[in-house]
Structure formats: structure tokens, C-alpha cells
Design a protein around this ligand. Structure first.
Ligand SMILES: Cc1ncc(COP(=O)(O)O)c(C=O)c1O
Length: 486
């Protein structure tokens, strides 16, 4: 296929050349109706590129096939059979991918899945069969589960419809997709991979294997995370015959928008062209930058960059572009470090937790940004001496955070609920999700029995700086639980 083409971008150029006078949405009409103060901030280009309505880039019957061609080029670039572009991020794409199961049907799901997967279970009524991640109890980190646990789940629940694996994690650790795909296929069931963090993986041989190459049936990636498309840009890919493309298309139609963003599609299209033409070179530069940054940070007093020493074993490989910095020797929390870096050095990081921060290096970085990061962290090591000791986080053995599921997440979420004080919540069934964010993997899922350990962990986390975006009571003095039958 001709990868020098970028059908969505080309159609945008053509649209402008044709001088079309639109009487269809978007109502800003190429920005002419937009408030100048908005244009001043976001730029004219945003509005000029926002045209994809039913009568925009494609004609009324989608005869021009602009999107179709762009998706086919993306599929070809990564070696998938079908690719779907999706707006609203992988948060929406993962919900579309749950098409392999319906209400009350079972799906094996890695329990450290992102909250968007859990939302998908709630909406679809799919019944999760949890596979617990590989826990690193010492560092309080989860890594993807391995093939043995997946096999055990298939043997225990032979009627499951497939499995959803999350890899890479937010910390860049990756599971053995090929071995897990083999297990799924032995049972003739599809493997779905939430590879939200893996958009770049297909384009460089030194990066961990990516889902389609490793034999997964379906996978989703967020191109706005490790790629270079705008926020919400997501794609999902399909191969093989275990998932019917028509079924996926129907799910896509069920959940998709009728006003897809041409900005999202255009930048996805351009990213594919960029990666096919220059991806390996650009990623080689990013990788050598990341390796340099890792070495320099590791030499700073009190900082330790986590990598193969810590991860390989519980994980199978890891992405060095995720620079995971352990601050425990410095005696401050990741929350404190992230706040200080932003406030004092105008440097932001991708993730912070009780003892780490994660800085993400991409093809958008260069020597200057790398030096800014290292210098800011050097300053942090000095400033840390003057910072207060962080509040103590209650970190139980990770196994004590594995709760029992007694109800379908959908039934717990949509059924009769009540808000009870935390002290009364122990032993009750959760009706809401509570997810430390980032990484956004829920500690509590609707349908699970609440324990004192999980409450102590979340409440002490909140006091230490953890973000909890989803509970109704954001102070966590009360919790939404399933109403007890009278
Ligand atoms: C593993 C995982 N899956 C899905 C998502 C959702 O991605 P998006 O932000 O593209 O909606 C995230 C977001 O952080 C994630 O970490």
C-alpha cells in the first residue's frame, strides 16, 4: 500500500481547496462562528480542521471511503487485518472490544485492569472471571499475569468467552502476550489486549513485542499516550477468525459518536504515515535519549531508576521509555515529588504514587527536554531534605487487597444502593468503583465485598495525596453500597 498517502489529511486539504460553504455541523463553520478569545487560545487550525460531519470529508453515503482507506493503511502498517479508528480514547475502544461477550457471559479479566474496562463490564453486564496480576509485594506494584494463571482460569471456567489482558502497565512492564495467546487459542477463545500504552511498540524492534505480532486477536492502543496524535486518539485492531468483524462493527456503531472528530482521525492518519516512514529512526533517538536519562537519574543521590533489575521476573519485558523513578531513599512520596516538580520547576510527570514518579519519554523529546528533567530531579534531591515526611500509607499485603466478587458489577452498580459511613461499609457490597488515579486501576469494583484493609489503604492514600476521581463522596467518609434486602 502507498503509505505516503494520508487520506484524511489529503481530504482536509481538498475540502479547503474546494471552498465548500457548509450548512451542516459543526456549527462553528470553520471557526467563523467561534469566539475570538477561543480562537486566540486554541488557534484557527483547530476549527479549520474540524469538518468531518456526515457531509464533511466523506460524502453523505461515505462513498469516498476516506476513513476506510485510512483505517486500511493503519492495519497494513501494523500487520493487522482490520483497524478501527476511535474517538474518546481507549476508554471507549475497550468497551467496544468487549463485544466478544454479552450480559451474564463470562470473560477472564486481569484484575488490575483500567477503570474503563470495569466500566465496560458494568455497561455490558459481562461477568468477570478475575485473574490476579503478578504482585511485587515489596514494591507494591502489579505486573501482568502469566500463562499459568490464565490456563487455570480457563480450566475452572470452561464456558468463558475469552480473556482481556492489560499490557504494558502504566509502569511500562509487559506480560508474555504470545504465551497467553497460545493458552487462549488452545481453548479456542480470543485474547483481547488493552495495549493503551503500546502505540509505539509495532514500530521499533528493540521495544517489547506488541499484541498483533504476538498472536492476540484484538487489541486497543491510545495513540495520544505514547504516539503523536491528539488526545482521545485511539485505534483497535483485529486479526484471525475468532471475533467476527461484523460484530465488532455493530459494537462500534452502538457506542460510537455520529460526530467523530476529524482532528482525531487526521492526526491518527498522519501518525501512521510518520511511523511507517520514520518511526524506527525517531524511536531509536527516543530510546537513546531515554537510556541516557535513565543513567543520569540513577546517579542522582537518593533516586533509583527501576528497570530490568526490578521488573524482569515478575514481568516479562519492559518499555524503557517509561522512566520509573523510585524515591524511597529520598524519604518523600511520589505525590510530593510531582507537586514540587510542577510548582517549582514547571515539569510534569505521567504518574505519581506513594514512592515513585514515572516520566514518559517519546519521540517528542530531545536533548533539551531530557536535560530539563534531569536538572529538575537533581534540584528535587536537594529540596527533599526540607520537605516533611509524607503521611504514612497503609499498604497491606497485596493479596489482602484481592476482594471477593459476590454480584455482577452491573447489578451492583445499577441496583438499589445506599450511602453508608465508612465504618459501616466493611462487609457490605460495593456499588461504586474507587480507583487511585493514575494509574486508574480500581481498588474497589462494584459487586466486591468491602474490607477494612481496602478502606484503610484508600483513606490513608487520600490523606497522602492519592487522587480518587470516581467515588460519590470524594472525601471517602462514606461509600455507596448495595442496599441490604429489608
Ligand atoms: C491500561 C489503560 N487502558 C485504557 C486506558 C484509557 O485510555 P484513554 O485515556 O485513551 O481513554 C488507560 C488510560 O490511562 C490505561 O492506562
Amino acid at each position: 500500500m502507498d503509505h505516503s498517502r494520508a487520506p484524511v489529511l489529503d481530504a482536509l486539504v481538498e475540502f479547503h481547496e474546494q471552498g465548500i460553504t457548509p450548512f451542516n455541523p459543526p456549527g462553528h463553520k470553520q471557526g467563523r462562528g467561534a469566539d475570538q478569545r477561543v480562537v486566540d487560545v486554541v488557534g484557527e487550525g483547530v476549527f479549520r480542521s474540524d469538518v468531518l460531519g456526515p457531509n464533511g470529508l466523506d460524502d453523505r453515503l461515505l462513498r469516498h471511503g476516506v476513513l476506510q482507506e485510512a483505517q486500511e493503511l493503519m492495519a497494513d502498517a501494523v500487520g493487522a487485518e482490520h483497524t478501527f479508528f476511535s474517538t474518546c480514547g481507549s476508554s471507549l475502544s475497550v468497551k467496544k472490544m468487549l463485544a466478544v461477550a454479552g450480559p451474564h457471559e463470562k470473560l477472564i479479566v486481569a484484575r488490575h485492569a483500567h477503570k474503563s474496562v470495569i466500566s465496560g463490564l458494568i455497561i455490558s453486564g459481562v461477568s468477570p472471571v478475575w485473574v490476579h496480576p503478578h504482585w511485587d509485594g515489596e514494591r507494591h506494584l502489579s505486573h501482568p499475569p502469566g500463562p499459568d494463571e490464565v490456563r487455570a482460569a480457563f480450566e475452572a471456567e470452561p464456558e468463558v468467552k475469552g480473556m482481556l489482558l492489560v499490557t504494558p502497565t502504566d509502569y511500562g512492564t509487559c506480560g508474555d502476550i504470545a504465551a497467553i495467546a497460545e493458552v487462549c487459542h488452545e481453548f479456542d477463545k480470543p485474547l483481547i489486549v488493552d495495549e493503551a500504552w503500546g502505540a509505539h511498540l509495532p514500530f521499533h524492534p528493540a521495544l517489547p513485542p506488541w499484541a498483533m505480532n504476538a498472536g492476540a486477536d484484538l487489541c486497543v492502543t491510545s495513540v495520544h499516550k505514547m504516539g503523536a496524535a491528539v488526545e482521545q486518539s485511539s485505534v483497535f485492531h483485529l486479526q484471525g477468525n475468532r471475533v467476527d468483524p461484523a460484530l465488532l462493527k455493530a459494537r462500534e456503531d452502538l457506542l460510537g459518536t455520529t460526530g467523530a472528530s476529524s482532528l482525531v482521525y487526521a492526526t491518527l492518519d498522519g501518525w501512521r504515515r510518520q511511523m511507517v516512514e520514520d518511526g524506527e529512526k525517531l524511536l531509536s533517538t527516543a530510546l537513546s535519549l531515554a537510556h541516557g536519562v535513565r543513567r543520569e537519574i540513577d546517579e542522582l543521590p537518593g533516586l533509583r531508576v527501576m528497570g530490568e533489575r526490578e521488573f524482569i521476573g515478575p514481568a516479562d519485558s519492559f518499555d524503557p521509555l517509561k522512566v520509573v523513578v523510585d524515591l524511597s531513599e529520598l524519604g518523600i512520596s511520589g505525590y510530593q515529588a510531582a507537586d514540587w516538580l510542577r510548582a517549582r520547576r514547571q515539569v510534569t510527570v505521567g504518574l505519581s504514587d506513594h514512592r515513585r514518579i514515572v516520566a514518559i519519554i517519546t519521540i517528542g523529546d530531545d536533548e533539551r527536554t531530557a536535560a530539563t528533567l534531569v536538572a529538575a530531579l537533581d534540584d528535587l534531591t536537594k529540596a527533599a531534605e526540607r520537605m516533611k515526611a509524607p503521611p504514612v500509607l497503609h499498604l497491606p499485603d497485596p493479596r489482602d487487597l484481592e476482594l471477593s466478587t459476590v454480584m455482577l458489577p452491573r447489578d451492583a452498580f445499577f441496583g438499589e444502593t445506599e450511602q453508608v459511613g465508612v465504618d459501616e461499609a466493611v462487609g457490605r457490597v460495593a456499588a461504586e468503583m474507587i480507583s487511585p488515579y493514575p494509574p486508574g486501576s480500581p481498588a474497589l469494583v462494584p459487586g466486591e465485598v468491602i474490607t477494612k484493609d481496602v478502606l484503610d489503604y484508600l483513606r490513608s492514600g487520600l490523606a497522602a495525596g492519592m487522587q480518587l476521581p470516581d467515588p460519590a463522596d470524594s472525601d471517602l467518609e462514606s461509600i455507596r453500597v448495595v442496599r441490604d434486602p429489608a
